[in-house]
Design a protein. Structure first.
Length: 495
């Protein structure tokens, strides 16, 4: 029997309306607009850590997932994890570590089918949803709506294509993704998926999706049409829990290779957008993984850096289009989970964010938050300099998101003098952002010629083009639509 329960971040403690993991994954967002969180965090014992260190990535994943998803059958979870993280999908291993220098380690999360870290969750989540539909006796189709700043869309499409009982629509900001990201999504195969651009930026796309979720009339209309809405964004618990795994896995690998001793505290640095990935790292820490500090790295859209510094979350500011588009976000949805965790009145703050565009978190919450988190941000020129210097000095090629993380980590080290070893989440292959990476390296290339860019970058750096990216170049373009934000709600009824 299941004992782990989930409830909404907007619920008051007395009225906790609990659901099982399967229900939380099926629903995506709680009915009151909040995000599902577990009622407690399972603890990692020494025995757990010893066992985990001896396992493959897939085994580690099923071990940790079953601690949270205790309503799922263990053997089924193990089989699903083996299929999701196998050699065919992650050639060379799911989350390998590259040592950049004496203290900094890059956790490469982009060796999956779409060359971005979203694969780490989205290869397993469709299986979790599919099981959840069966476990809850669901007969209607799950219609998944995804707002993407580029990488989630493709990774979700690849994870959910041709999965039974599921349909999916992906919305991306028309001018907010890289040419490669656009090409990856426009050429997506699968009979159950639809892709469209949205006029506006990522927040417009995300707000549009949230508005559909929050609309009771649309939910009723969907039901009449034999489906219900669900999400694959990191607001869904099924996205978050698989992301806890690689932090624990990385720690085990560092212990196994003798880079750290079991028990040593490490720093974790995460290039952050929606706050999902870094919140997963926080949960790993809450489970007992020795993480001494979490660095929240942002680009010029530095709303989180300001928040950590001042306690004021203010989205009413200029939106910057940067070379790290997956972090071009002014509303970091998963921050709500952390605020709730630290005891903030989440419903009230989120209502303020909605009406006034800003809120101030209570001082005691900020104090607890700063005990763990530090925020830094990097501008465009500094990001390009990190890409260039890291390649020239450390012989390591990083994408712009990872570069933001590395630059922020080094600023933190310079300011704090902290010399503990650090795991940097490397979130995308540099080939997904080949134009900006070439520019940073002073290699000239035509930014509209995707194939030429990949070949130029490969020749200039002596690195290999990831096979999944080479493959989309020859595929036919299937999706060319652009919709206005106001028309997004029509999509699930027309496609
Ligand atoms: C999604 C994404 C991020 C941000 O992750 P969050 O979980 O949204 O904070 C960072 N880098 C890349 C390459 C991404 O695709």
């Amino acid at each position: 029997m299941s004992s782990m329960k989930y409830y909404s971040t907007r619920d008051n403690a007395a009225a906790k309306d609990c659901v099982t993991a399967a229900e939380a994954i099926k629903k995506g967002l709680a009915p009151d607009g909040g995000l599902y969180v577990p009622a407690g965090v399972p603890q990692l014992t020494h025995g757990d850590m010893d066992a985990l260190c001896g396992m493959t990535y897939a085994q580690r994943a099923s071990y940790i997932l079953s601690m949270y998803l205790d309503d799922y059958d263990k053997d089924t979870l193990a089989a699903d994890c083996a299929a999701a993280y196998g050699e065919d999908r992650f050639p060379g291993g799911a989350a390998p570590i590259h040592k950049i220098d004496d203290t900094d380690y890059s956790l490469e999360l982009w060796h999956g089918p779409t060359s971005a870290f979203k694969d780490m969750a989205l290869q397993i989540m469709p299986r979790l949803l599919s099981r959840a539909l069966k476990m809850t006796g669901e007969e209607k189709t799950a219609y998944i709506l995804v707002a993407t700043s580029g990488d989630t869309g493709k990774a979700a499409l690849e994870g959910y294509r041709d999965v039974d009982g599921v349909k999916m629509a992906v919305f991306y900001p028309d001018e907010g993704v890289s040419p490669m990201q656009k090409r990856q999504m426009a050429t997506q195969e699968g009979s159950n998926v639809y892709v469209t651009a949205v006029e506006g930026n990522f927040d417009d796309a995300q707000s549009g999706v949230k508005a559909i979720f929050g609309n009771g009339d649309l939910a009723k209309k969907a039901e009449e049409n034999g489906f219900f809405f669900s999400s694959a964004n990191s607001i869904n618990w099924g996205r978050l829990v698989p992301q806890i795994v690689y932090y624990i896995s990385a720690y085990c690998d560092l212990v196994k290779t003798g880079e750290i001793q079991n028990g040593d505290e490490i720093i974790v640095c995460v290039p952050t957008g929606n706050f999902g990935n870094i919140f997963a790292a926080y949960l790993a820490k809450e489970m007992g993984l020795p993480i001494g500090r979490l660095i929240c790295a942002s680009n010029a859209n530095n709303v989180l850096t300001d928040f950590i510094d001042t306690g004021v979350y203010d989205r009413t500011r200029e939106f910057h289009k940067t070379m790290s588009p997956s972090m071009d976000i002014l509303i970091s949805s998963n921050l709500e989970r952390l605020l709730h965790w630290l005891g903030a009145p989440t419903a009230e703050l989120m209502a303020k964010l909605n009406t006034e565009g800003k809120y101030t978190a209570p001082a005691d919450v900020m104090e607890k938050l700063r005990d763990v988190f530090s925020g830094y941000w990097l501008g465009e020129e500094d990001t390009a300099a990190v890409i260039r210097d890291t390649f020239r000095q450390d012989k390591y090629l990083v994408d712009p998101h990872t570069a933001v993380g590395l630059g922020c980590l080094r600023r933190y080290r310079a300011e704090s003098g902290d010399k503990r070893k650090a795991v940097l989440a490397s979130t995308a292959s540099p080939y997904k952002f080949a134009a900006d990476v070439c520019a940073a390296l002073d290699v000239s290339a035509d930014e509209n010629d995707i194939a030429g860019l990949l070949n130029t970058l490969s020749a200039a750096t002596g690195t290999e083009i990831p096979a999944p990216l080479a493959a989309v170049l020859t595929r036919e373009i299937r999706f060319r639509d652009v919709v206005k934000p106001a028309d997004m709600a029509k999509v699930p009824f027309e496609h």
